[in-house]
Design a protein around this ligand. Structure first.
Ligand SMILES: *Cc1c(COP(=O)(O)O)cnc(C)c1O
Length: 475
């Protein structure tokens, strides 16, 4: 493609992008296609000859767009949000154009030095104490894997890496039964075996019970096992539960365990001073992860991973072949040593654009709005006798179920709520997802989208009550 042609198409696409965002509400939130429908419209074979951009773009609109779920739709209340924002998109355009591979300081000094600086900004913004060093990983799953590998190597005095785990005593790790599935996955990837993960029971608020954690550790020690680390969650994916970090940190200190904090979603709320109670005990934490790509307006992927002792992380992950050495090796940060992949995108740029463009105050105002609307929605749910709030508002997440008078059978209620969710999502006006809580089917409601207003939340609640009451007529 000639550069003049590129210039013309780029202008057209930017116009399309602005129009799309202005009219994103015209689309159904969740894609309304059946499995295989998009694949059937894509040619079996690649074109032998190049095609004009106009044709390619036409097919993007005709084939691709109907198969997209619109995550930037203001009535997206499913999962957790995957944020974006205009300044973040602009930075991504520059990142794609520079197309640098930022594995070493030398391969783009600005990318490395900006990553260090912008994560230092973020550290201050969320109130982590000085002494935490940051790195941007692709996902929280990767950060948690790195933390578990570091815990493993610390516990085996780096013999796991050298001799393999068969040369080491059996290790065990701990997380709450509400912890994210990425913990279990990381433990299996780390070669520790899923059975070495102890899932600690939770209290009425779905937070880890520290007394049971302590008992489990003592039990494992008594059996000759070697406790290696704990993963605490701030804001569990199911209900937003906050594990009691202060008590957990105390136990980790007493037993000498590595402590990793998964705050993938809720970590952004630490911008707000009134939410900092969540990190009581942070002085004893070894690593901490939060996803600006969830609730801080930065495009996926952008995971902030803070570590107390970068040397331990680097020692766990480094290998230095001759072809990756540079004049500055050892004097500068080479982030390739801080994560699993060698290659790295320039991810700091979009976070820098977002923080500068909005400023900390505007980001805080957004978070406070989302939290306030969630509390307001909870009150609306409590006020309806045929609905039940199944978990209280935690930051910007709650869950509920429809429970009309006359249906007491739990399985019938599960089925009814599943029908309600399908009806809502098939309608396309909003998008919600489910969870199982103490073995019951519940519907999650997560607020966190840049374009969401209080009105969207109120309209969503109206759609939910109307749809639910329409359903029960046919039961
Ligand atoms: C979303 C989430 C994750 C996984 O995030 P990825 O960045 O997609 O790996 C991990 N933990 C919690 C608590 C989450 O909410």
């Amino acid at each position: 493609m000639e550069l003049e042609e590129f210039r013309r198409h780029a202008h057209e696409l930017v116009d399309w992008m602005a129009d799309y965002l202005a009219k994103v509400e015209d689309h159904p939130v969740r894609a309304q296609v059946q499995p295989g429908e998009i694949a059937a419209r894509l040619p079996d074979r690649p074109p032998a000859e190049g095609e004009p951009m106009a044709r390619i773009f036409q097919d993007f609109e005709r084939i691709v767009l109907p198969g997209m779920t619109h995550w930037q739709h203001p009535s997206f209340f499913a999962y957790f949000p995957a944020n974006s924002s205009p300044p973040s998109v602009l930075a991504e355009m520059l990142t794609a154009t520079l197309a640098a591979q930022c594995m070493l300081w030398q391969t783009s000094p600005a990318a490395t030095e900006m990553e260090t600086r912008v994560l230092e900004w973020l550290r201050q913004m969320i109130g982590l104490p000085e002494g935490f060093a940051g790195v941007i990983q692709d996902t929280a799953s990767s950060a948690t894997l790195c933390a578990i590998l570091t815990a493993r190597e610390r516990a085996t005095d780096w013999r796991g890496n050298e001799d393999g785990l068969w040369a080491c005593e059996p290790l065990v790790l701990y997380a709450s039964e509400q912890a994210h599935s990425s913990v279990e996955k990381a433990i299996s990837i780390a070669g520790l075996g899923r059975k070495s993960l102890r899932l600690i029971a939770t209290d009425d608020d779905f937070a880890m019970r520290p007394d049971l954690l302590d008992a489990a550790i003592r039990d494992d020690v008594a059996q000759g096992l070697r406790p290696a680390g704990v993963i605490a969650t701030l804001g569990t994916t199911g209900v937003g539960a906050i594990d009691p970090l202060g008590a957990i940190a105390g136990i980790c200190g007493e037993h000498g365990l590595h402590l990793h904090v998964d705050a993938a979603w809720a970590g952004s709320a630490l911008l707000l001073e009134e939410q900092r109670w969540m990190i009581e005990g942070i002085e004893r934490v070894d690593s901490f992860v939060l996803n600006p790509h969830k609730w801080l307006l930065t495009n996926f992927d952008c995971t902030a991973h803070f570590v107390r002792d970068p040397a331990a992380l680097v020692r766990t992950l480094t290998v230095l072949p001759a072809y990756l050495q540079s004049r500055e090796t050892g004097e500068v940060i080479d982030y390739r040593d801080w994560g699993v992949p060698l290659g790295r995108r320039f991810r700091a740029l979009k976070l820098w654009f977002v923080i500068r463009s909005y400023g900390v105050d505007r980001l805080k105002a957004m978070l406070r709005d989302h939290i306030a609307w969630t509390a307001e929605l909870a009150d609306a749910i409590r006020a309806e006798p045929d609905f039940e709030l199944t978990s209280p508002p935690k930051l910007a997440l709650l869950s509920f179920r429809y429970r009309p008078a006359g249906i007491d059978d739990e399985e019938a209620l599960d089925a009814l709520n599943e029908r309600l969710l399908d009806a809502l999502n098939d309608g396309g006006r909003l998008y919600l997802t489910q969870n199982r809580l103490r073995d019951r089917y519940v519907i999650r409601f997560a607020i966190g989208q840049l374009y969401t207003t209080r009105d969207h939340v109120l309209r969503a609640w109206q759609a939910i009550t109307e749809t639910a009451r329409g359903l029960s007529d046919t039961v």
